[in-house]
Design a protein around this ligand. Structure first.
Ligand SMILES: Nc1ncnc2c1ncn2[C@@H]1O[C@H](COP(=O)(O)OP(=O)(O)OP(=O)(O)O)[C@@H](O)[C@H]1O
Ligand SMILES: [Zn+2]
Ligand SMILES: [Zn+2]
Length: 828
């Protein structure tokens, strides 16, 4: 039997299966999806079996055997392998990178060397070195690294011993994390016998008596540690009883449950509103026929999308299938999880990046071992290892965080559609502000069963006919003319004042992108820049440190200008910290919760702040994008946006779309319950269509206007993009490689005969660049980019793959690095 293995060496040359012999003792265990350790280039590396075949491509006698099998259940299934192949093709990345992305990081094993005393040397020798004696004490085998740590001078001797055959070396793949096992004490099986034994225990072993008596009275096994603590005894006492065969101590697998100790109030399905019912019926019908279908649920904020998701999932489970719910990382709050756990209890597995590696691994195993039927999580939860998927829900489908920014640069929305096709599952994309891509796909094509296009499901009204909150636009230029230089306009100031008086709550959004504090000298104009990246350093007030958000470089903040020695060096910008200060100045005693990257890095902090706010322990929730999504607090009656424009001027063709989405989302946080709400948006561009349409909650008008611009500039959804970024420490090298790449791309584009056929023909390809990236240097590497725009039946990815392969020389570490981003979301 021969196994085709994808080795975990991510490079272009190794991105193909290699054949290995399956040793007899592993036959029947090794299957497609198995994770194995295999010898490769003089090392042992981790790999995935993607197929079992009878004939090898090479001379069978030359095949090496698989060194070890890493899990008894294969972590990947054939459908996930196929999905990985699709990702690797579509997003131009090595297959192993795609496969590894599907698994919790705990399963990324690394090779470790072990040394063992050779079998014929097991009899202890008279004059052996201390380290050899030590290995013997360890049972004859131990980790090489541990031996070296203990005997740092032994390296040469150990090497010699291996060469002489006194020691053998073995390499094995070890997981970074493993199943957590807890030593557990089991009550005696035969209680009568134990009672008898109890009387036989001598009086001087009183502690043993006590432990045994206690265990006789127990129904369930108890963790050893807990037993020791309860009876204030020692492990040797318990072990003594185990040695006598009166108790059993065993390792028991235990889950690290991040939600342990929290109870979730059981909720019942609500009777659906008419709008919800219509949408639900269509989804339920698709689930019944089990055909792959895509729906775009366009429901305004507060229209009750989540209830529809919950009932659709219930229907899916009743059909004996499983469901995946994707939500953006920052919306995955306890509030959100609670809504799902409240309905489906412990059958919900939660997967997100704020869990520790171990917790993530355990949640993943819950799915793998069929203990969970619903997975809720961020982007990568799309790979939840379910076998019969019925439904995939993507909430806030327009969120750019569904696109992974590092390899594999996949979009979870596209992966979802593909996975649904494999399983005959339905996909529901939900949003109050659908991405233009999804919206045009749905509006133009409607539903079709081949998994392309989508059926539009509108929910234009809030639950119970609650009105959308009125939105006031404040022109900050007028404020300035009126003599107000503060960051709060008079209407926003008065609005906040009123909420404080009434004991209601406010949410303040600081749209912070590119808007953090920076350091500038007022005398000479010097700004503090990162020495490794062409970007200004951000000032962190608490630690008084300047930090680069791209490479992590940090330095103390200067007291005098490094350039002209003037003392007029100041911190500029309006970070959340400054808004917070301003609030306390204007409203003494105001209770503010600030949520931004600085206050939410600690594990659980995000949750802590939201719970506090929900319990009305603060008057204002102030934050970045994090406060815009999914929150549902009954006492929030004012939403203020401090500066709507900051995202409007980014060098990104989606700038207007992102601004509109953010404003609409944050406006939707107000007045969702009994109390009526109000929204105040401050801006320097009051007539911009992204702002005026958001004011009127008018998605259709926004889309119409925005599509006009996209069409004119030939941007998505009127074409597709591939962004190729080249980087190198030396500028001439990057420019050279960029020119070469662009020339090759143009040549292939010409060959397919669609080059420059203009913006509106059904088939075209256009090569832009090379130009310097908008951040021209990151981590001491210069960056240039080429952009491929294409439409219609053109294999642009194929063209790019070939051109990149011709320019990149990956075996040469000093060569230019090239990264390919298909359907990029961020173009910096
Ligand atoms: N059928 C129903 N009957 C009564 N209340 C409902 C019903 N459906 C939803 N609700 C309530 O309406 C409120 C808004 O619903 P939900 O949060 O699901 O809206 P949403 O569309 O997901 O909003 P957003 O996109 O703003 O997050 C919630 O408090 C929810 O409990
Ligand atoms: Zn200066
Ligand atoms: Zn930097």
């Amino acid at each position: 039997m021969i196994a085709r293995v994808i080795v975990d060496v991510p490079s272009r040359q190794t991105d193909r299966p290699f054949d290995y012999e399956v040793p007899v003792e592993l036959a029947g265990w090794v299957e497609p999806g198995s994770r194995v350790g295999v010898p490769f280039g003089g090392r042992v590396v981790q790999g995935f079996v993607i197929a079992i075949v009878d004939h090898a491509d090479v001379d069978r006698s030359k095949l090496k055997p698989i060194a070890e099998l890493l899990d008894h259940l294969p972590p990947l299934s054939p459908d996930l392998i196929e999905l990985g192949q699709w990702i690797s093709e579509k997003y131009c990345c090595p297959l192993t990178v795609a496969l590894q992305a599907m698994l919790p990081s705990a399963l990324k094993g690394k090779a470790e060397s072990y040394v063992a005393i050779a079998p014929d040397r097991m009899a202890s020798e008279l004059f052996e070195p201390e380290w050899m004696h030590f290995i013997r004490q360890q049972g004859g085998e131990m980790k090489l690294a541990s031996l070296q740590a203990r005997f740092p001078d032994s390296a040469l001797d150990v090497k010699a011993a291996i060469a002489e055959g006194r020691l053998t070396e073995r390499v094995a793949i070890r997981d970074r994390l493993s199943v957590r096992k807890v030593l557990t004490v089991f009550p005696p099986v035969n209680r009568e016998e134990a009672e008898l034994a109890l009387t036989a225990i001598p009086a001087r072993a009183a502690k043993q008596r006590e432990v045994l008596r206690y265990m006789i009275g127990q129904e369930d096994p108890i963790p050893l540690q807990a037993l020791i603590e309860t009876l204030s005894t020692t492990s040797s006492t318990v072990r003594a009883l185990a040695d006598k065969g009166l108790l059993v101590i065993q390792e028991v697998e235990q889950d690290r449950d991040p939600y342990a100790g929290r109870s979730f109030r059981r909720t019942e399905p609500l009777p659906l509103m008419e709008g919800q019912q219509q949408v639900y019926d269509q989804i339920a019908e698709a689930l019944d026929v089990a055909e792959p279908r895509v729906f775009l649920l366009h429901g305004v904020t507060g229209s009750g999308k989540t209830e529809v998701y919950l009932q659709a999932i219930e229907h899916c489970l009743n059909l004996g299938k499983q469901a995946i719910v994707l939500v953006p990382e920052i919306s995955l709050t306890p509030q959100m999880v609670e809504r799902f756990k409240g309905r489906f209890g412990h059958e919900v597995a939660v997967l997100h990046s704020r869990l520790s590696g171990g917790e993530r691994y355990d949640e993943w195993r819950k799915i793998r071992e069929k203990r969970a039927r619903v997975a809720i999580g961020a982007r990568s939860a799309i790979f939840a290892p379910f076998e019969r998927l019925g439904l995939i829900i993507i909430d806030e489908e327009h969120e750019s965080s569904y696109k992974q920014e590092e390899s594999p640069k996949y979009h979870a929305r596209d992966v979802a559609v593909r996975r649904a096709k494999q399983h005959g599952a339905a996909v529901v994309l939900g949003s109050a502000t659908p991405s233009l891509e999804s919206y045009t796909a749905a509006a133009l094509t409607g539903a079709s069963s081949d998994g392309r296009g989508a059926a539009l499901l509108p929910m234009p009204e809030r639950v119970g006919g609650k009105p959308m909150p009125p939105v006031t636009i404040v022109d900050m230029r007028e404020e300035l003319r009126g003599g107000n230089r503060a960051m709060f306009s008079r209407p926003l100031y008065e609005g906040l004042q009123l909420r404080l008086e009434r004991g209601e709550q406010s949410v303040l959004l600081l749209n912070r992108r590119g808007y953090s504090t920076f350091v500038m000298c007022r005398a000479c104009g010097y700004t503090a820049q990162c020495p490794h990246c062409d970007i200004a350093l951000t000032y962190h007030q608490k630690s008084r440190v300047l930090r680069c958000h791209y490479c992590g470089h940090a330095e103390g903040s200067p007291t005098a200008c490094p350039s002209c020695e003037s003392e007029h060096i100041r911190f500029f910008g309006t970070g959340t910290q400054r808004v917070e200060e301003e609030l306390s100045k204007l409203f003494p005693g105001i209770r503010v919760i600030r949520m931004d990257v600085d206050t939410t890095t600690e594990k659980g902090s995000h949750e802590k702040w939201l719970t506090m706010f929900g319990e009305r322990k603060a008057d204002v929730l102030l934050g970045t994008q994090m406060v815009a999504k999914g929150l549902d607090f009954p006492y929030v009656t004012l939403v203020g946006v401090i500066a709507a424009d900051t995202s409007l001027h980014l060098p990104d063709f989606r700038a207007a779309e992102k601004t509109f989405q953010l404003l609409t989302q944050v406006a939707g946080r107000a007045g969702r319950h009994q109390l009526p709400g109000e929204v105040i948006i401050q801006t320097y561009n009051p007539e911009h269509y992204a702002i005026t349409t958001a004011q009127h909650h008018d998605y259709d008008s926004f889309v119409k206007e925005e599509l006009g611009h996209r069409r004119q500039m030939a941007y998505p959804p009127y074409c597709r993009l591939i962004l190729i970024t080249l980087s190198h420490e030396q500028l001439p090298q990057v420019i050279n490689a960029g020119d070469k790449l662009a020339a090759l791309l143009r040549q292939s584009a010409e060959e397919v005969g669609a080059l420059g056929e203009g913006g509106f023909s059904s088939r075209f390809i256009e090569i832009l660049g090379p130009v310097a990236s908008s951040i021209p240097r990151i981590k001491d590497r210069y960056r240039f980019q080429c952009m491929v725009k294409y439409r219609g039946n053109v294999d642009a990815v194929g063209i790019v793959r070939e051109a990149v392969a011709a320019v990149a020389r990956p075996q040469d570490k000093a060569s230019v690095q090239i990264s390919v981003d298909v359907d990029p979301q961020v173009i910096l």
